[in-house]
Design a protein. Structure first.
Length: 150
């Protein structure tokens, strides 16, 4: 595995902390503040529904939080959007492609090994054809390991 500079790792961790945690808090506070003080406070109809900034925050949290949970659930479990995102990530990310290719090779190898073990366990001799199969698998895996690229 290629060793990456610790500074790039720190930069990545910083961006994740910022985008996954701090940006949401700042965005929520900003949205609530701007919408209340620029919109709701200037309209008497809305001021009657939200008499204070605290009322506005409590109502928005009690309605917004469950609504956002539902939307997140629907996005991941029920929409085609997430499936498309996952497909694109799998197609374009070289590490995921490598994992998939390695898994396919390992499944084939394990299947063949189990066949041979079951045969040997039932006191059957491996035939020259079986030994040839083992040699072919070894050659295939050897070529795969030599020639694989990211």
């Amino acid at each position: 595995m290629v060793r990456v500079s610790k500074y790039f790792r720190y930069w990545f961790y910083f961006r994740q902390g910022w985008s996954q945690y701090l940006a949401y808090v700042i965005g929520a506070v900003n949205t609530l503040t701007v919408t209340y003080f620029l919109a709701i406070e200037n309209y008497p109809v809305l001021s009657a529904v939200f008499p204070s900034f605290l009322h506005y925050i409590l109502i928005m949290i009690s309605v917004g939080f469950p609504l956002l949970l539902l939307l997140g659930y629907l996005h991941f479990k029920k929409s085609e959007g997430y499936k498309a995102e996952a497909n694109i990530t799998m197609e374009s990310h070289p590490h995921f492609q490598r994992i998939l290719q390695n898994s396919e090779k390992m499944l084939k190898l394990h299947f063949q090994m189990n066949e041979f073990l079951l045969k040997m366990n039932s006191n059957k001799e491996l035939t020259p054809k079986d030994l040839e199969k083992i040699k072919d698998i070894q050659d295939e895996l050897s070529d795969y390991m030599k020639n694989r690229t990211m």
